[in-house]
Design a protein around this ligand. Structure first.
Ligand SMILES: Nc1ncnc2c1ncn2[C@@H]1O[C@H](COP(=O)(O)OP(=O)(O)O)[C@@H](O)[C@H]1O
Ligand SMILES: [Mg+2]
Length: 262
């Protein structure tokens, strides 16, 4: 089975989008055909990887994740292969199933009609097409993030070294455990990714040490805070493309290698 990795935390601004896109871009740079799925209605991943979208050229209802989900409600006759909803990106081997504003309108109907397994089914159909799948999630435990946690076989949890983020980790781990039990026993918690780490300050180190003491699966390769990340988003260029020798890129490569080893 191919690696299908979801990046999830109910808290916003912890680095879900940055980690999804940068790990995926590293896989693509290594020659692996990599699909990124943007399940966040805000579309930050979509924007990061392909920039501004011409809404007229790409009508939202026919596109990306919303197109994929939309065809699961109503008539089955016109059903398209999930690959029909995938876009190319400017990067070799890197593909995107983009987000759309329609996701929020669709959510209630999808939930009412119990479409929670549809993403999993779609990804099974795509297993021969791609070597890696990454799923970016909204900052909520909602229909889309649950769909992702059901469709994936691994979950990474970004943590931004803030005490509020720590508070919400308990609830987060409980939610994941419940989902594993109810829907997806194959889902492996690969670990907590320490993001925006500042080794100069006292608090981040203390927070991380406490998590480790409490038995949380903290991944020992930390990602530092750097303005390069903002620049990377702004320029729509993942770090491996924008700044391959930058310290943060090197940390991403280390993290990627550590995950690859398993
Ligand atoms: N390692 C980092 N150093 C500095 N800024 C970062 C880092 N990782 C993420 N950011 C910034 O923090 C903000 C939130 O990151 P993002 O990946 O969008 O989080 P999420 O998807 O969880 O909301 C963005 O402005 C991003 O540029
Ligand atoms: Mg995001």
């Amino acid at each position: 089975m191919i690696m299908k990795r979801v990046v999830f935390n109910q808290k916003g601004g912890v680095g879900k989008t940055s980690i999804t896109c940068n790990l995926a871009a590293i896989d693509a740079s290594l020659g692996r055909k990599t699909l990124v799925i943007d399940l966040d209605v805000q579309g930050n991943t979509t924007h990061y990887l392909v920039g501004e979208i011409d809404a007229e050229a790409f009508p939202a209802e026919a596109q990306g994740v919303s197109g994929l989900f939309k065809q699961t409600v109503g008539s089955r006759r016109m059903s398209r292969n999930p690959d029909a909803f995938v876009w190319e990106t400017p990067y070799e081997n890197l593909f995107l199933m983009p987000s759309s504003p329609l996701l929020s309108e669709l959510e209630r109907e999808l939930e009412a009609r119990y479409k929670i397994y549809k993403l999993r089914d779609a990804l099974i159909k795509l297993e021969d097409e791609y070597d890696r799948v990454y799923i970016d999630t909204p900052p909520n435990f909602n229909f889309y993030s649950k769909s992702a946690l059901i469709a994936a076989n691994s979950v990474l949890i970004p943590f931004d070294c803030d005490s509020f983020a720590r508070q919400s980790l308990y609830a987060l781990m409980d939610n994941i455990a419940e989902l594993q039990e109810d829907h997806n026993e194959d889902l492996v918690v690969e670990g907590i990714v320490i993001n925006q780490f500042n080794s100069q300050a006292r608090l981040p180190g203390e927070l991380v040490a406490e998590l480790e003491d409490e038995g949380y699966p903290v991944i020992p390769t930390f990602l530092n805070s750097s303005v390069k990340m903002k620049e990377s988003h702004y320029q729509h260029r993942p770090l491996i493309d924008l700044a391959p020798s930058h310290k943060l890129t090197q940390q991403y490569l280390e993290l990627h290698a550590a995950l690859d080893k398993g």
